[in-house]
Design a protein around this ligand. Sequence first.
Ligand SMILES: Cc1ncc(COP(=O)(O)O)c(C=O)c1O
Length: 437
Amino acid sequence: MSDGRDLLLRYAGEFADVVIERAEGSWVRTTDGRRILDFTSGQMCATLGHSHPAILAAMQDAGSRMIHLYSGFIGTDVLALAKELMAVLPPALSRAMFLSTGGEANEAALRLAKLHTGGHEVLAFTGSWHGMTAGAASSTYSAGHRGYGPALAGSMVLPTPNAYRCPIRHCRDRCDLACLDVGFELADAQSTGAPAAVIAEPLLSVGGIVPLPPGYLAQLRRHCDARGMLLILDEAQTGLGRVGRMFAFERDGVVPDVLTLSKTLGGGLPLAATITSAEIEQDAFDKGFLHFTSHVSDPLPAAIGRAVLQTVVDERLAERAAALGERLRLGLEELRARHEPVGDVRGAGLMLGVELVQDRDSRVPDPVFGTAVTERCLELGLNVNIVKFPALGSVLRLAPPLTVSEPDLDLGLEILDRALSDAAASGGSRRLAARRA
Ligand SMILES: Cc1ncc(COP(=O)(O)O)c(C=O)c1O
């Protein structure tokens, strides 16, 4: 008999072959009693782990005071969250609005940039993911363009600066930023003279766990400034400690004109923020900026965001992500030494990628092997994603909660080790069977 999944609209291929009844800390439990270690932190949101006590307490407390308000009213938790975020951000980022999802926060950022600059041209990475609403989707090039009609006019790509797979076949294992300069030359050639913004993830996630090379952000900033474009950084996944710092942009000391936060800010509940300077906010306000949604400035999610931020600060989770990330990286490097298909290990903090290739010389991606590894991991009790859009490689994404225990981290590595061996063995016997047939 059907378990009811035939009643659901499938929004991203088939669902995983499990039904979950509980999620707690770094673990989820299935209806048939299996425990699965969650190295995706839900959909990269549950950085504190599932159902952290601080989030539960905030839900209880805030919910008993107010859940939702007329969008023109501002509640106390919204004011407090804005203040508390500003305390961990550079002074230039001093005006925030609170929304529900990452797509919405980027939509607001793009609308702000268009109104402020008067332009409409937006550049984004070939490996980007900024959301599924129309503006954000127009700047999402990793997937989802084909079949949905025209993107917004003025949408253009910048090559993803992946040193392992140089987009302009120019560098190998380093990036001299030529792809960035070439990207802008191409954009300049296409421009109708209406530049608005570049939107970028400081460490691309869906694009294959690609940290921006050293010096890239500073050069990107110069290109934006030269053209009067705003720099929007999307820290949906990297913000709030994940990469071993509070924000990924801190590594380079380059402050964006607009910062968007989502996923990690709500710790698993829908909360997002679009944050900019006083000058841009005032100019947009003077021009009649409009971005009204049913849940803008909702008080309950704001209270959750406060609890998440406070926990990240109080429990020094950014430092923890740096230390545990180093432990995980060393473990993955050790797997690379023993498993031929592991071509590259990269990332920052507790956001690491393992690139799987057919052979290390050609670096041809191996999505079939990658899928076999993730399926075997799930059977053995570990949830890891694979990023395998064509041209972006075949990359396992490891991002456990920042609260993960050391034994659970090591257990995840052990399972991955076994899954790599098992998938290679079954792939080998399949190849043998195919040869004999
Ligand atoms: C970097 C980044 N930005 C934005 C989004 C979109 O966020 P949401 O799905 O909450 O709209 C995602 C989602 O995966 C993302 O990874």
